[in-house]
Each structure stands twice: as C-alpha cells, then as structure tokens.
Design a binder for this molecule. Structure first.
Ligand code: ADP
Length: 322
C-alpha cells in the first residue's frame, strides 16, 4: 500500500515524531509513504514526494513540521477536493494520515465521505481542544513553555510589586490558559468558557488580593477569539484604577521549540497505530488518549462540541492564590 501523510492547520511540537512513526511503522509493514507538503494546499497542487525512513532521521526532537503546514481556503469547496482526490489517484496513494486539529479532521471526514480515500487522523494542536481525546500533540510542550516564561515574569513582577497580564494562545479554548495558570500559581485566569470571565470579576479578585497584602499578581488571559485581549483589559484597568501594570503577549514562542517527552511518546504511538489500523483495513478514525489509554474515535466525532477546561481547576486557581 502507498500512504500519504500531511500536517495541516497550526503547527505543533510533536508533529515530527508522528511523521517519523508513520514512515517507519509503514516501512516495517512493507508499505511506502509519500510526504505531502503544506497540508491540503500542497495536496491540491500535487506537492508530494516519497518519504523514505532515512529522510526522517533527526526530526523526532525538532519542533514545527518537516512537511510544512498551511491553511487552505479552497479545501472548503467541493471542486478543489475532487481535484485533490485526483492528485492522490495519479500518485497511487490509497490512504491518508492527517496530522492536525479539528478543522483538518473535518476536512478529512468530508474528503473520505466524498471520495472514498481512507483517512486516519492524529491530533496535533497546542490548543488541546478536540472532542474524544484528553491530549493533543504540542499541548504539553506549549504548556511547559508558557509556564517557564511566566516563572521569569514572576521574578520581575514580585520585585516591582506589579500586576502582569500574560496572554496565552488557545484560540476559542481556555485549556492552555487554565493549565498554565494553575501550574504557575497565577492569581487569576480569564478564559472564554469560565462563568467568571468578565472584567468586573477580575477587578473584584484583584481587590481581594490587594486587601490580603498581595502586591504583585499574574493574570493569565486566554487569547479567546480576539487576539490582543490582554492589551484591551490592561488599558481598561490602567484607565479605571491607575494601576502600574504590564502586558505580555507570549505569542508564537508557545508554538515552537523541542517537543516534550510526552509529545514525542504520543506522536510516536499515534503515528505507528494509525498505520497499523490502516494496514488492517480500518479508516475514518482519529486517535486520542482517554484516561491514559490510546483510543480511536470515528472521524465524525470531531463535530461534537469541543471540551471545556474542568471547572474545578478554575476554582482551585482561586483558592491557591490566597
Ligand atoms: P486546525 O486543523 O488546526 O483546526 P484549521 O481549522 O485552520 O486548523 O483547518 C485546517 C485546514 O483544514 C483549513 O485551512 C482547511 O483547508 C481545512 N478545513 C477546515 N475545516 C474544514 C471543513 N469544514 N471542510 C473542509 N475543509 C476544512
């Protein structure tokens, strides 16, 4: 069998581990893998080439994706998807491993349904916002990167007795923000799914901290759907309360860097498992982790609502910030 592998949507540390495992597990089973470059964009124009085992040397420990990635507006349309299916047929590729987030899986689900291409998904996004899995590649690394950055900010915040608003990524999900806030002992966290996600609730919390004698605070702000939210909240706090505060947007620093051991381990496990299942004739699934176990979900499950950060974590952050 000839398999294609692509990475799509936002890049995430651990994608390379998954690519390597796809290629080498396929090799072990006597299959051939082609790399498709720049996600669905590359698929549309036939930007693909054989990816031998040796081409995957020394990528396990590297962030980003050796196959490059892209967002592709055309893939939302039926006609370009038909063209993409033609490119796969021309290359003799019978099955496709898609490493990406929920958008990439929606595309794979539609693509398989319309054109009968066997698709398998591996979750790769720093947002950890996919239904059916408690882990996605890149989340653990991004979390550790954000925590390390905030530890540094904490030093200067406490030295100057200042308030810092630190914006983290996550798109519409507060997963990264909540876990970062808990791990770095933040005084508060603003994230879209929280019942307390309001300016007023934040002011109340900061006032209570001040009365308890806290002179420096870190507030983690999820970017939400409006990147730059921390800046807007900071401006408002300065105007209303004349606070000496600073805003830090961690930005793309969170995406890059060497994948954590867990992201390498799950990238390797999922990459190999995707190939083993395709080899057995399975398709239309994506892999995940639930309660520590490797699981497979039907691709259609990606249409379910995205998971929300556990409410008890938000409450714990408040309790521990006393
Ligand atoms: P992610 O996979 O990280 O969630 P996106 O949501 O940007 O990133 O999706 C990646 C790409 O997948 C899009 O640029 C588009 O080409 C394709 N895609 C996403 N959603 C759909 C959809 N509903 N139908 C067809 N293609 C889609």
């Amino acid at each position: 069998m000839r398999l294609g592998v692509l990475t799509s949507g936002g890049d995430a540390p651990g994608m390379n581990a998954a690519i390597r495992a796809v290629v080498r597990q396929a090799d072990a089973l006597g299959h051939e893998v082609w790399g498709i470059y720049r996600g669905y964009q590359g698929l549309l124009v036939g930007d693909m080439a054989p990816l031998p085992s040796r081409a995957c040397a020394n990528i396990l420990q590297r962030g980003g994706t050796m196959l490059h990635t892209a967002r592709c507006a055309e893939f939302y349309e039926a006609e370009p998807r038909a063209r993409a299916a033609g490119k796969l047929r021309e290359a003799g590729i019978e099955a496709l491993v898609v490493i990406g987030g929920d958008g990439s899986f929606r595309a794979a689900e539609t693509f398989q349904r319309e054109h009968g291409v066997a698709c398998a998904g591996i979750p790769g996004t720093i947002d950890n916002d996919l239904s059916g899995t408690e882990r996605t590649l890149g989340f653990d690394t991004a979390l550790n990167t954000a925590v390390e950055a905030i530890d540094r900010i904490r030093d200067t915040a406490s030295s100057h007795g200042r308030l810092f608003l630190v914006e983290v990524m996550g798109r519409s999900s507060g997963m990264l923000a909540v876990h970062t806030a808990l791990a770095c002992g933040a005084e508060a966290v603003l994230y879209p799914e929280s019942p307390d996600d309001s300016y007023e609730a934040l002011v109340t919390r900061l006032n209570a901290n001040w009365l308890r004698g806290k002179r420096s605070s870190i507030v983690v702000v999820a970017e939400g759907d409006t990147v730059g939210r921390a800046m807007a909240v900071g401006e408002r706090l300065k105007r209303d309360h004349a606070l000496d505060l600073r805003v830090v947007v961690l930005g793309h620093i969170q995406r890059g860097g060497s994948p954590s051991a867990m992201d390498r381990i799950w990238g390797s496990r999922w990459g190999a498992e995707a190939v083993r299942r395709l080899d057995c004739g399975e398709s239309g699934f994506y892999l995940g982790e639930v309660a520590g176990a490797l699981v497979a979900q039907p691709l259609s499950r990606i249409l379910e609502p995205q998971p929300v950060p556990p409410g008890d974590l938000g409450r714990l952050i408040a309790i521990l910030a006393r």
